[in-house]
Write a protein that binds this ligand. Sequence first.
Ligand code: HEC
Length: 466
Amino acid sequence: MIRKLLFIFLIPAICFGQNPNYSEDIAPILYGKCLQCHYDGGIAPLTLETYASVVYNAGMVQNVTSTGEMPPWPADTLFQNYANENILSMNEISTIMDWITNGVPIGDTSLLPPMPIFGNSSQLGVPDLELQMPTYASTATSNSDDYVCFSIPTGLLQNRRIKAIEVIPGNLQTVHHVLVSVDPFPNSSIVTTADCMGPQGDMLYSYAPGALPLTYPENTNNSFGVVLPANSSVSFAMHYPEGSLGQLDSTKVRFYFYPQTTVIREISYDFLINEGLFGGPFYLPPNQITEITGSFGPTNQDYSFMSVFPHMHLLGKDMVIYAVTPLNDTIKLIKINKWDFEWQYSYFFEKFIKIPAGSIIYAKGNYDNTVSPSNPIPVTVQSGFNTQDEMFIGGFQYLPYQLGDENISIDNGLISSNFNDVATISSSRDLFKIINTLGQSAHPKLNTPLFYIYDDGTVEKRIVIE
Ligand code: HEC
């Protein structure tokens, strides 16, 4: 603690910024880049919704923003840029710092931006298919996480072409991530697999708190999408963090389909980099850092790459993936300097990236199997599907290249802001009752936290700030 304070007091000597205030400068940053997790009832343990809570946590906020720990975005954005990156600019980081060193002025609160409301309402409206996992009680303990997969039959009688996918977490406080994939072993009933942390088949989408629904790009000449096969099952690989023991969840995945007549350019999803699972395992001896490498290619035609999904388990330390073309150009795809299993995303490129025929994709990653608080007695770890095993995966969404693909923005396909969309609270439910924090019936009131209870059983906490 003392170290943090010292750090704060040393800053003024080297800082000559203007005088930012909360209402005009800080709140817009926090509302846009932090609150999706740091609202009351969200995945993060502390709320940053009010001036008071931000000031109370100012030291920590300064610390985690200056180190880059928050917002969590493990990809190195100096290496490659992605659609909807949630990172702070240098300017935003120094604004936060200046504000704290200048004594956290509140400014004119009438200039505060509208308070975003977060919850588990849909941003895309009524789906064509909604799959819901059974209600499940987390088995995470105070020091171990729960990873469990549910395979849910789609009941589809014909192939459908997916236009968009959205995950609706059942319990916003405990759903840390969801990897949605097409189970290669379709089943007519729901299958629950304990101790399962990876996608079960072709990945479709990976959700983490604050993630946007995935809408495949579409323009006048191209409708991109993915086929969800008839009779398939969809696997949800759920992650419930430590401390969530007994918390209930029943997450839903919603699919939006193109009309059956739409001709789509079908996007493939493959683990082009996939060491250890097929064709011989890898081993990570105890008490050392081990490098694992992999490659794919040379590619047999030009491809357009849409996203990359790097995946390791708990010992993963860093990872880099790039392609080298026949002309010896390097195309940078992803670099993660500090792998964090807690924050694994599919990274969508800003536009499709062309990987010319004859390219080779290279991947390199390190695993740290030395003693640490989470790994007190290291043993040899081998590649595999279970949580105590390791993986080295680079999953890609890609398709055969067509002229002009590199100009198609993927950014536009993703819904760009989930907090302007606050009013899109599902219309299929009615307000049942409003209660205050003491459980008494209440009327809507400014600046007071209230619970809105709906007839479909959902509850929202709202504070409307004047
Ligand atoms: C995608 C979700 C997410 C976003 C976005 C996010 N956080 Fe966090 N934050 C978390 C979670 C979860 C934790 C709990 C610790 C952990 O899991 O790393 C946390 C922890 C923290 C902590 C406590 C750190 C500690 O040492 O206890 C602070 C402070 C913080 N975040 C500030 C911020 C700020 C400021 C922003 C925006 C610039 C932000 N966070 C954006 C999810 C998020």
